[in-house]
Design a protein around this ligand. Sequence first.
Ligand code: PEP
Ligand code: MG
Length: 592
Amino acid sequence: MDNLSTQKEEQVLQGVAASPGIAMGPVVFFGSELVTVEQRTLADSEINREVETFCKAIEKAKTDLQKLVEKTALSIGRESAKIFEVHQLLLEDVLIVDETVKRIREEKKNADQAFLEVMENFEVSLESIEGEYLKARAADIRDVKRRVIRNIQGNAHPRQKKLKEPAIIFAKELTPSDTVNIERNKVLGFAMDFGGRTSHAAIMARSIKVPSVVGLKKIGQLLHTGDFVILDGNSGVLIINPTLKTIDEYKRKFSDYRNIQNKLKHLKGLPARTRDGKDIELSANIEFPDEVKAVKESGADGVGLFRTEYLYLTKSELPTEEEQFNEYKSIVKSLNDQPIIIRTFDLGGDKAPKAISLPPEANPFLGARGIRLYRDEGINLFKTQLRAIVRASAYGKVRIMFPMISCVSEIRYCQQVLNDVKDEFRKQGIPFAEDIPVGAMIEVPSAAVIADIISQECDFLSIGTNDLIQYALAVDRGNEHIAYLYQPYNPSVLRLVKDVIQKGHKNGVWVGICGEMASDPLITMLLIGMGLDEFSVSPVSLLLIKEIIRRVECAECINIVEEVISFGTPDEIVKYLRKVMKNRFQDLYLLF
Ligand code: PEP
Ligand code: MG
């Protein structure tokens, strides 16, 4: 450590704080799919074998694609399967195949390098042409490129990496499935070039309690495997080659941070009740079943958001009804009658299922995502999941929630399919709870505006602020370049949230927030003042939020809302909230 810190200059880089905590250790680069191609000059004796390897890789890619065409046609529909037929066609393209073979033979390049060059040239020429259609085809090229290179290298899952010792993982970009697949017990922290605070990889990092900084932009160019770094997931700072002085400073911070957290532990068995007696439901968000133990230990009132996408992100086969039923049942049972809100799958956007490939889209977050995948042939996937959830309802307090609702007909559609499932079970004598509460996620502005009408169709509303912010402000939640515009404190966002709560209450339904905004201590008093009934937070933030709830009175929170709602800019709001909260919670402020 001493050597490292004195040999090289310290560099402090600011990114986006994505998951709290402080980590120190060596960096390991998480293998990105393509940059691992290494150029070699072939000996003459190797050339024929290399051409043969390339041809076999192409044949294997075609066979795999054919299987994907069939699987996708069955599970999603013929239309979606066409995308893989396009990929197959690309592999038939003599220009691509012949040009690669030529580079292997004439330039003596290894097959993966030769193919990479050919495909990249092709990609660049498509990207430079005006028009969304051709730009989208560039994404197909990238997909095919990865597939064939993986085959050449004989490595079916190049991104699964074994760590020899605990390390901080650096990746340009981790997909949610990378985060799921990575060996968790050896990961000290995540640092990423891409992403924002609510990108799904960041949320998953929080759920597995790994300190993380994202949106570091081009930091990959400054780092090397083995570099010693400090990663501060509270302030979003990454320090490369820290000096001894900095290391000491962070060791102190780390221990202060731990001390405050230890002090909060006594709250576990206590209710989230304000000083003037208002009970608030404080639940936890989970991404994986094995978090339930942590949820129970954390003193949560239950699970306010169980994201079920992991079932589709980790396995190359679609999860069956039986598999899902067993998963849900065991979670529901282990919660001992505490409620759990199971959200039906919200695939699409940045969550690509492994078993089926969704067609590439120019704007995935505005495309076939969440409920939009439940219609047509997608109904089978949806119904399979609903059947499993409804069966699990016989074992505890299950609530169901649907993602990406944007209009009344969508919530009606989901209710209809749910009723069909229940009817079938009644006829078959399969046990389930008759009165499963059903909720709509309010995360699309159109739904927020008509939350009074949507709430007539369901039992509760849960505001998905992660998406509501991105759609209301037109700011991609995962784009590091515009992360400064992704503003939970934007007056438009706060007004929307306040409106939704009021509209839900007018119809007598309770309203919660399951987006990351609920985990932000700076905003807790404001949300209490707005009348929020339920906070569903990351388990790492639960005790801090509980402590704030227990120390305040509703009347003072309402005053804060009245003050804040008159401000016109996020800066004014943040400044005001910082001042209020710092005065009020000096002893906890390091965690804010
Ligand atoms: C949200 O959008 O706030 C939400 C909770 O859902 P997700 O983050 O999974 O999109
Ligand atoms: Mg969402």
